[in-house]
Design a protein around this ligand. Structure first.
Ligand code: SF4
Length: 178
C-alpha cells in the first residue's frame, strides 16, 4: 500500500492533521518513564500505564522494528483532557477502525497509540492482565517512553505545557504503520 493510499484512509476516518515521521526520529527516553513513576499521581492506576507496559529497552526495540509512522494532532481545550472522556471516545474509535483497515490492507504491524489515557471503565483494576478491553485499550505514546516534546518538534509540530485549563493544547496519537 502506497503512502497516498494510507493518507486516503486517514481522510476517510476524518484525520486531516497528521505528519509522517521516521521511526528513528521517535525519541524514547528514560526520563519520560521516570516522570511516570516518580511524579504522576496516576501511576499504577491504569492497566495501560506504567508499570503495566514494557521496559524502555523493549520499547526502543519495538519502535526500531518499524519503517513508517504517523503523528496525528488534535487541538482542544486543556480541560477536556481529564473531565470529558466523550471527547476522546469518538477519536479513539476512529483510530482503532483505521488501524483495523490498515491491518486488512496488508499492514500487519499497524498499531495505534492514542492521544489520551484509557477512559473506558470507571474502576480500572490497574493491571494489564485484568484489563476489561485488552483488544482496544492501548498505552499512550508517553506511557511507552516517547518524549513527545522532542519528537513532535522533529516534524515541525508544536507542544507546550499549558498553565491555564482554558488554553488550547495539542495532543498527539502515534500510528505505527509498517
Ligand atoms: S479498558 Fe478499563 S480496565 Fe482496561 S485500561 Fe481501560 S479503564 Fe483500565
Amino acid at each position: 500500500m502506497k503512502r497516498e493510499d494510507v493518507e486516503t484512509l486517514l481522510a476517510e476516518y476524518d484525520f486531516e492533521d497528521f505528519r509522517w515521521i521516521a521511526p528513528e526520529d521517535i525519541a524514547i527516553r528514560q526520563w519520560v518513564r521516570f516522570m511516570c513513576v516518580e511524579s504522576c499521581p496516576g501511576y499504577g492506576k491504569k492497566a495501560v500505564c506504567p508499570p503495566n507496559v514494557p521496559a524502555i529497552e523493549e520499547c526502543e526495540r519495538f519502535f526500531s522494528e518499524y519503517n513508517a509512522a504517523i503523528l496525528i494532532r488534535f487541538e482542544m481545550n486543556a480541560h477536556h483532557r481529564d473531565d470529558d472522556p466523550e471527547v476522546f471516545k469518538d477519536i479513539d474509535q476512529r483510530l482503532l477502525k483505521l488501524e483495523e483497515r490498515l491491518f486488512y490492507e496488508g499492514h500487519q504491524k499497524a498499531i495505534v497509540f492514542p492521544a489520551t489515557i484509557c477512559y473506558r471503565c470507571d474502576d480500572c483494576p490497574g493491571r494489564r492482565d485484568l484489563c476489561r478491553h485488552k483488544e482496544s485499550a492501548r498505552p499512550t505514546p508517553e506511557a511507552l517512553g516517547v518524549d513527545l516534546f522532542e519528537t513532535v518538534k522533529k516534524v515541525g509540530y508544536p507542544l507546550k505545557i499549558v498553565k491555564d485549563m482554558e488554553e488550547t493544547m495539542n495532543r498527539y496519537a502515534l500510528l505505527m504503520v509498517d
